[in-house]
Ligand binder design. Structure first.
Ligand SMILES: NC(=O)c1ccc[n+]([C@@H]2O[C@H](COP(=O)([O-])OP(=O)(O)OC[C@H]3O[C@@H](n4cnc5c(N)ncnc54)[C@H](O)[C@@H]3O)[C@@H](O)[C@H]2O)c1
Ligand SMILES: [Zn+2]
Ligand SMILES: [Zn+2]
Length: 391
């Protein structure tokens, strides 16, 4: 079968790979209907996440139809239309039973790499390097889904493929951030980044009762999507002083919750950005925390800062003094989607969560390199390139 693969830093290929088959009784095989690019893929493509190998199939946000079922699977049958969470979690280990699914002890068959990086291994994710398990990704006709009773969710009738697709990764990531950051009724929430993840974090915060949600970016087409489809306020950080404007909108106090949905390749300007970029390219630091720093400075005293944006290792000029002296709570996580997807699908059925607009460019697998180019460069207003392998 044809698949979109990683060939090297900034090199995307389309090639023939072996079709998957059931290897374990808990597996299903899904015929991929739609598979989206995600901001996390950019960190792989750019060479910021280690342990990719030439020929690895990319893609972790997907939906499709079940075409084969292992003998121990109880919740799925051939023909079911499913959305699959991007993390491969067992549902049974200590972490899974605490609802911390992306920290699963069994979802990553190569724990040594992240153990060396972070002290302890985290779970696995499709198409996300050998550090996160080496699982084949979803930009292909078929994909093997392990722990299928835990990770695959039947899509309610009436929820379109294009809407359900984003219940795989972008939406549950937004829910993870808003929930674990502790969004409460009446809060003011600021979100950095108006990509799929930032938009979904904003929507989650609104549904969790936030009184005011402000999304920050510089790309007008994305800010426009936020106003139209999410219903949140927006700020263009190239036009105004974000911290001052956020104070202005919060009676001088600053947002109660600040969610960072940008990650290690943040855009910025001025000498500090240049300094960060040079250090990152020389591998003297692995990540550029521009938006995270801004979130920490902008947050109200005693507030909560959450990073959904992916960071791989070490950062420089981290404002620990502000975190400590302002009494901030700082958290981050990869998404624990297993916990939120049923609720998200319900919201989607009731038209309370809309995501179709994120799929700005739908194309065939053969267009893999073009899709990644458009998504990376944000060409033609691309928010997500989506591959339809059957098209
Ligand atoms: N925690 C998780 O489980 C999880 C899951 C999916 C994605 N992610 C991560 O979330 C982040 C966002 O993902 P995405 O798919 O929305 O990516 P994306 O690339 O589509 O969007 C990122 C947005 O951030 C904006 N941005 C860049 N610099 C900024 C700055 N300084 N201030 C404000 N906005 C800025 C960009 O213009 C862009 O619109 C990525 O780091 C991705 O790896 C995490
Ligand atoms: Zn992702
Ligand atoms: Zn587990």
């Amino acid at each position: 079968m044809r698949a979109v693969t990683w060939r090297g830093v900034n090199e995307i290929g389309v090639e023939d790979v072996a079709e998957p088959s059931i290897l374990n009784g808990h597996d299903i095989i899904v015929e991929v209907g739609l598979s989206a690019t995600c901001g996390s893929d950019l960190h792989l493509v750019g060479g910021y996440v280690p342990a990719m190998r030439a020929g690895d199939v990319l893609g972790h946000e997907f939906m499709g139809r079940v075409v084969d079922v292992g003998r121990d699977v109880t919740r799925h049958q051939t023909g079911d239309r499913v959305v699959v969470v991007s993390f491969t979690s067992c549902g049974r280990c200590w972490y899974c039973t605490q609802g911390l699914f992306s920290l699963c002890d069994n979802g990553n068959p190569n724990p040594a790499i992240t153990e060396a990086l972070w002290g302890q291994a985290i779970g696995g994710c499709y198409g996300y390097s050998h550090a996160l398990g080496g699982w084949a990704g979803s930009h292909a006709r078929y994909i093997r889904v392990p722990y299928a009773d835990q990770g695959a969710f039947t899509i309610p009738e009436g929820v379109s493929d294009q809407r359900a697709l984003f219940a795989s990764d972008a939406a549950p990531t937004g829910w993870t951030g808003a929930h674990l950051a502790g969004v409460q009724h009446g809060d003011v929430v600021a979100v950095w980044g108006a990509g799929g993840v930032g938009q979904m974090a904003a929507r989650a915060a609104m549904l969790m009762g936030a009184e005011r949600v402000v999304v920050i970016d510089r790309l007008e087409n994305r800010l426009e999507q936020v106003r139209t489809h999410i219903g949140a306020e927006t700020l263009d950080y190239e036009r105004i002083d974000v911290a001052a404007e956020l104070r202005e909108r919060t009676g001088g106090r600053g947002p109660d919750v600040c969610i960072e949905a940008v990650g290690m390749e943040a855009h910025g300007s001025g000498p500090s950005h240049l300094y960060d970029q040079v250090k990152q390219q020389l591998r003297l630091q692995t990540d550029r925390p521009t938006a995270l720093r801004e979130a920490i400075y902008a947050c109200r005293k005693g507030g909560s800062v959450f990073t959904l944006g992916v960071f791989a290792g070490l950062v420089d000029k981290f404002p620990l003094g502000a975190v400590m002296n302002k009494g901030l709570t700082l958290r981050g996580a990869q998404q624990h989607g297993h916990r939120y997807i049923p609720e998200i699908l319900d919201h989607m059925s009731r038209d309370e969560v809309r995501t179709e607009h994120l799929a700005t460019h739908v194309m065939s697998i053969e267009d893999g390199p073009r899709g990644y180019q458009m998504f990376t460069e944000k060409e033609d207003g691309c928010v997500r390139a989506v591959f339809a392998p059957g098209a």
